[in-house]
Design a protein around this ligand. Structure first.
Ligand SMILES: *Cc1c(COP(=O)(O)O)cnc(C)c1O
Length: 477
């Protein structure tokens, strides 16, 4: 029995309707609320039993339109500034469809999709000024890319026995790693999953620009060595999740070189800033990393998901993951040629064709326009900063390094009021910033990542925050 349509003519008509609906959605995003909660009356829909009998495609699509489409978190919407999410593009969406049509398993073997992924790797190497022997891999996101970076650094330090004996063969050594106190939580998780434990990550205090304090880093490495610990890795942050701070990567690179440590960069959203000549100088030093983790699905606007790990030394990445298996036999000709394969560079065997939507995005828009778009989000962040500074009841809580603005409404008990204000703002559907805590203070956090966001959206945000603030706390502090 085949699952292909019995009547292709009808199927094509339905497919056109579905495609049109989705293009309508993208074209008219602005007419929708930024976010709205799933009404409780619609919850029972999600508790239906698994379907045993077939249902018409158009009926299922209608359910998608009724129950799913209106109730996503809303990151394609221009008013979305919560967390660091990309907006996606119509081009990326079409490329996703093509990848789905091909149903490529990009784990390996002799096929053009793998060639395309290698071509992307060569472009990425050039952007980051990495040598020809650098390797790389598309993965889900930067959480996975950081984990792979930590695994490769750990394997490079401990040698081949790590893969057979695990950490049990290393009882005499206590490896420790470093990152700024502003590092993303997935760095600690990567240390956890690598078997070293979260306590092996020593967080270094921030300076007043929210960057890792490099003097404190040097001192901690020295103290740790004196205490018998074995430093092996420093993670520099290129665009911190809280405030968008970029560590002094030149200095971090120098410390790693002096101390013989692996230099990994978490450049989840920031690293691609190197595509903008205007932003590139802020990431100086990143080119000296041993590995860089970043996402195409954030500033790069490629639809979810598309993360990438770049490693300076191909052999070190392969030695961490490649496994011999009879069914993965390589040939020099035929469909099983073309070794090494992507599956030799990470934990996944089967994997989707993430390179295609990334390639389409890069080709159709071009790296120049993508770089300009990223620089524009930074310019908008500065404009938002100016709007906030011009409003006496609002205040900035951190310097604006890139595209993230942390601020709050000024009032007595600001932590409580601003937390309440944020929830009401979300429920208004007008704009969607998120929050963070900076030095114990609750901050509204607008991350301008979406290419669709304009000054008008920022004005809507500021007006809504002011209005809700005045309602919740009319009297100033
Ligand atoms: C988003 C982000 C991550 C995690 O990346 P995912 O793609 O969500 O897994 C890690 N580090 C930083 C700085 C981030 O902004």
């Amino acid at each position: 029995m085949t699952l292909d349509p019995t009547d292709w003519t009808t199927f094509r008509q339905q497919a056109h309707v579905m495609l049109d609906d989705m293009l309508d959605y993208q074209q008219h995003l602005r007419q929708r609320p930024t976010w709205q909660p799933l009404p409780s009356a619609k919850h029972p829909f999600f508790h239906q039993a698994a379907p045993q009998d077939p249902q018409d495609l158009s009926q299922v699509h209608q359910e998608f339109l009724d129950y799913i489409l209106p109730y996503t978190i809303g990151n394609p919407h221009p008013g979305f500034m919560g967390w660091v999410h990309g907006g996606g593009t119509p081009v990326g969406m079409l490329a996703e469809m093509l990848a789905g049509g091909l149903n490529v398993n990009a784990g390996g073997r002799h096929q053009a999709p793998i060639q395309l992924e290698r071509q992307l790797l060569s472009w990425i190497r050039q952007w980051f000024e990495f040598p020809p022997q650098a390797s790389g891999l598309f993965v889900t996101g930067t959480s996975m890319a950081n984990l792979i970076g930590v695994w490769v650094a750990q394997r490079a330090r401990l040698g081949p026995s790590l893969r057979t004996q695990g950490l049990a063969g290393q009882t005499q050594r206590t490896l420790v790693a470093y990152a700024s106190a502003g590092a993303h939580g997935c760095i600690a998780q990567a240390l956890d999953l690598s078997g070293l434990g979260t306590q092996a990550l020593h967080l270094i205090p921030l300076n007043d620009q929210f960057q890792m304090d490099c003097g404190a880093l040097r001192a901690r490495i020295k103290a740790d060595r004196a205490a018998g610990l074995e430093p092996f890795l420093v993670v520099g942050t290129a665009g911190s999740v809280d405030v968008g701070a970029v560590d002094d990567l030149t200095e971090v690179a120098a410390i790693c070189a002096e101390e013989g440590l692996w230099f990994h960069v978490d450049g989840a959203f920031g690293a691609l800033g190197c595509l903008s000549p205007q932003l590139a100088p802020r990431f100086r030093g990143m080119q000296r990393a041993d590995s860089i983790a970043f996402d195409f699905h954030k500033w790069g606007q490629v639809p979810y998901d598309a993360g990438f790990i770049l490693v300076r030394e191909d052999t070190l990445q392969r030695q961490t993951f490649a496994t011999p298996a009879a069914y993965l036999r390589r040939d020099t000709r035929g469909a099983a040629a073309g070794s090494p394969w992507p599956c030799d560079y990470g934990p996944d065997l089967s994997r989707g064709f993430r390179a295609l939507k990334t390639w389409f995005t890069l080709k159709v828009y071009g790296t120049r326009a993508l770089g300009e778009m990223m620089a524009n989000t930074c310019a908008l962040a500065q404009q938002l900063g100016a709007l906030i500074s011009a409003q006496p009841r609002l205040e900035l809580l951190a310097p604006i390094a890139l595209n993230i603005v942390c601020f709050r409404f000024r009032c007595p008990d600001p932590n409580t009021v601003n937390a309440q204000l944020l929830i009401e703002l979300h429920e208004s559907g007008l704009a969607l910033p998120s929050s963070t805590t900076l030095k114990g203070q609750f901050a509204l956090r607008a991350a301008i990542v979406n290419h669709r966001t304009t000054l008008q959206d920022l004005e809507i945000l500021v007006a809504a925050v002011h209005r809700l603030g005045m309602k919740l706390a009319p009297e100033p502090d």
